[in-house]
Design a protein around this ligand. Structure first.
Ligand code: URP
Ligand code: ZN
Ligand code: ZN
Length: 459
């Protein structure tokens, strides 16, 4: 065998048990007690550690233009950070440039990832310039291995689509086996609030949250869910940030709508107060939807525990504080929206296990398995089973990491979690049986990641 992982405690979304894992030709070929490791090219002793399926982050932004600047992480730096945090597959958004098709955007991103990404990667389509030609090409995306597409109800005048476009795309895409992902915020209301606040001289980062309160998100969530209901198709809500939006998802599900919602690690940790840090520091916390009031993170943990929210993504979207976030000095509407978090995600959610908010198996579900099932990767990814890719994380539940920007691998000059101590740390990470992280450092060449052609929704 190429690799045997011995003596570890395997943790999947459903089970926790002690067994060894045998890997050959990139896949798991044996699971059992007392596996013979003789002749194996590599043996990892995982005694006292958990062995979990590699994390799957279905929401990241790498190497993409946004708000007059460019994200600081590309497919090399962003995926090294992902790997060091225990993530072995990402699904990245492919920005559609004005006047270009979605297939053009895929062609643009393939060479940026190939030969550079160190974890496996898939692409989501993204509609930012809707027209008849784009409408026609949507149904051909699964042939390119792309089975999800994102639409924006926010960012008026830039990315926002109207209700007709939304309902038409929901109908057409879903029938082609493509899951429609929605950024649900009422773009008109947010735009009006931004203009009003700026006119009143309210220009600091903290007004980002004031301009798009929970009802702005909840209204759009309820509306989009209703439109999905009208045409009888599923809908997936990205970056759900507040209990008001969760409530809309829950109500839609009660009516029989297949409405699914993810939240992101930062919504479990930060509040509006972080946007009001001294000086301009709050700009680091400008992401959309914004950080909310202090009662919201516990409500989101609760929604993750009870199944109202189905997974945790990173929405990694990194801009340096110096020179990039600073573009919005004196005008919060010009602060590039987004924050880093691809490396902190598994550790951040694991603190919910440490603190008794979620169980161990639910953690694996939230950071890996459900993403695989939802985005056409299961059972190749997202579990530990014979036949699955040998994407494994050896997780030390007793190790601690004091998070600092310099202890992480993201190409950005800050971390939201600076100074926090996370208990539970990924020590070794394998991608299809090859060790790519050892002692929290990336090992191996660039380009070990492969494109993930995903199966259709519901396949
Ligand atoms: O602020 C955010 N979330 N930036 C990334 C783009 C998006 O809307 O997901
Ligand atoms: Zn979004
Ligand atoms: Zn995003």
């Amino acid at each position: 065998m190429d690799l045997v992982v011995k003596n570890g405690t395997i943790v999947t979304a459903s089970d926790t048990y002690q067994a060894d894992i045998g890997v050959q030709d990139e896949r798991i070929v044996q699971i059992g007690q007392g596996l013979d490791a003789g002749g194996a090219a590599r043996v990892i002793d995982a005694r006292g550690k958990y062995v979990i399926p590699g994390g799957i982050d279905p929401h990241s932004h790498l190497d993409t233009p946004s708000m007059g600047t460019y994200m600081s992480d590309d497919y090399l730096t962003g995926t090294i950070a992902a790997a060091c945090g225990g993530t072995t597959s990402i699904i990245n958004f492919c920005f559609q440039e004005k006047g270009k098709s979605i297939h053009d955007s895929l062609e643009h991103y393939h060479p940026r990832a190939k030969g550079r990404a160190v974890v496996d990667y898939g692409f989501h389509g993204m509609i930012s310039d809707y027209n008849d030609a784009v409408a026609r090409e949507i149904t051909s995306l699964p042939e390119a291995g792309v089975t999800s597409i994102k639409l924006f109800m926010a960012y008026r005048g830039a990315l926002m689509v109207d209700d007709r476009t939304l309902v038409q795309t929901l109908d057409q895409a879903s029938r082609a086996g493509i899951l429609v992902m929605v950024h649900a915020e009422n773009g008109d209301a947010a735009d009006l609030m931004q203009q009003r606040l700026m006119a009143e001289g309210k220009r600091d980062p903290k007004y980002h949250a004031v301009s798009r309160p929970p009802r702005v998100e909840a209204e759009a969530t309820g509306r989009a869910a209703a439109l999905a209901e009208v045409v009888g198709v599923p809908i997936y809500f990205v970056h759900v940030s507040c209990e008001e939006a969760v409530e809309e998802i829950r109500r839609a599900r009660v009516r029989g709508v297949r409405a699914m919602g993810e939240t992101c690690t930062h919504y479990l940790y930060f509040t509006e107060d972080d946007l009001d840090r001294p000086g301009f520091e709050g700009a680091k916390w400008v992401y959309t939807p914004p950080a909310r009031k202090a009662h919201q993170p516990p409500a989101l943990w609760h929604a993750l525990a009870n199944g109202d929210l189905i997974l945790v993504a990173s929405d990694h979207c990194s801009f340096n504080f110096k020179g990039q976030k600073e573009l919005g000095l004196g005008d919060f509407t010009k602060i590039p929206n987004g924050a880093p978090g691809i490396e902190e995600r598994l550790m951040g959610v694991y603190q919910g296990v440490v603190e008794g908010k979620i169980g161990l198996n639910r953690w694996v579900d939230l950071v890996s398995t459900t993403a695989a099932k939802t985005f056409g990767l299961y059972p190749r990814k997202g579990t530990i089973a014979v036949g699955s890719d040998a994407d494994l994380v050896i997780w030390d539940p007793n190790a601690e990491l004091k998070v600092t920007q310099s202890a992480l691998h993201q190409n950005v000059d800050y971390t939201l979690y600076e100074g926090r101590t996370f208990r539970g740390v990924p020590q070794i990470v394998t991608l299809r049986g090859q060790v790519i992280v050892e002692n929290r450092q990336h090992v191996g060449p660039p380009g070990t990641g492969r494109f993930l052609a995903r199966t259709r929704w519901g396949a």
